[in-house]
Design a protein around this ligand. Structure first.
Ligand code: E4P
Length: 220
């Protein structure tokens, strides 16, 4: 399963790239508002220099023409831009039109399996079910991920299931087991995946024992 970083924070993206675990990036207007530091376009351009993987740029227009204008403009930023379009009637039409122009899209705000199926049919290359937001309203968000992954496998649909709205490391494991092709995670969750208390205490213990050995038997 590929790991994308769900952020517009350049330093976080650089860190994940340095760790060798970054397969792509997803952004949205909320993440851009949090990150600040330049226009959305300039941030996207910089992100695209850090990762060769897909970088999702989200439209805010709600009508087809507006989505197409924004989508085409994002696509000109770099070849690895994927235009993120919300699930709606206008969104499906924009996805189909952009597909005809060979501009890849990520259908976002997917909350049901049928929505994901339609988005794939319209031609979105990435389908983003929001796991955490479904869990928040007492629904099992991972079910949508699992059902979409199974349906895409059964029917040989090429779109990829991108598990989004990941709230913790357990979500990432569950998404991988459910067959998600990609999970997009906030930097905090990526860090939680790196660490384990026994790893951290083990490193400290080995260091302390090493230092003690230097004092008692000398040597390097
Ligand atoms: C990513 O593509 C989504 O926009 C993001 O995962 C949403 O996460 P949230 O539900 O934590 O806002």
């Amino acid at each position: 399963m590929k790991i994308f970083l769900d952020t517009a924070d350049i330093e976080e993206i650089r860190a994940a790239a340095r760790w060798g675990v970054l397969d792509g990036v997803t952004t949205n207007p909320t993440l851009f508002a949090k990150a600040g530091g330049g226009s959305y376009e300039s941030i996207l351009a910089e992100v695209c220099t850090i990762t060769p993987g897909p970088v999702s740029a989200e439209v805010v227009a709600e009508d087809v023409d507006g989505m197409l204008i924004q989508g085409r403009a994002f696509a000109k930023i770099a070849p690895n831009i994927v235009v993120k379009i919300p699930m709606s009637e206008a969104g499906l039409e924009a996805i189909a039109r952009l597909r005809a122009e060979k501009i890849p899209t990520n259908c976002t705000l997917v909350f049901s399996t049928n929505q994901g199926l339609l988005a794939a049919k319209a031609g979105a290359v990435l389908i983003s079910p929001f796991v955490g937001r479904l869990d928040d309203i007492n629904e099992d968000g991972m079910t949508v991920v699992r059902e979409l992954a199974e349906i895409f496998a059964i029917h040989e649909i090429k779109s990829e299931v991108l598990a989004a709205s990941m709230r913790g490391p357990l979500h990432v494991t569950q998404a991988a087991l459910a067959g998600a092709h990609i999970a997009t995670v906030p930097f905090k969750v990526l860090r939680q995946m790196v660490h384990h208390p026994l790893t951290d205490s083990g490193i400290a213990q080995f260091r302390a024992d090493w230092d003690k050995a230097q004092r008692t038997h000398g040597g390097s």
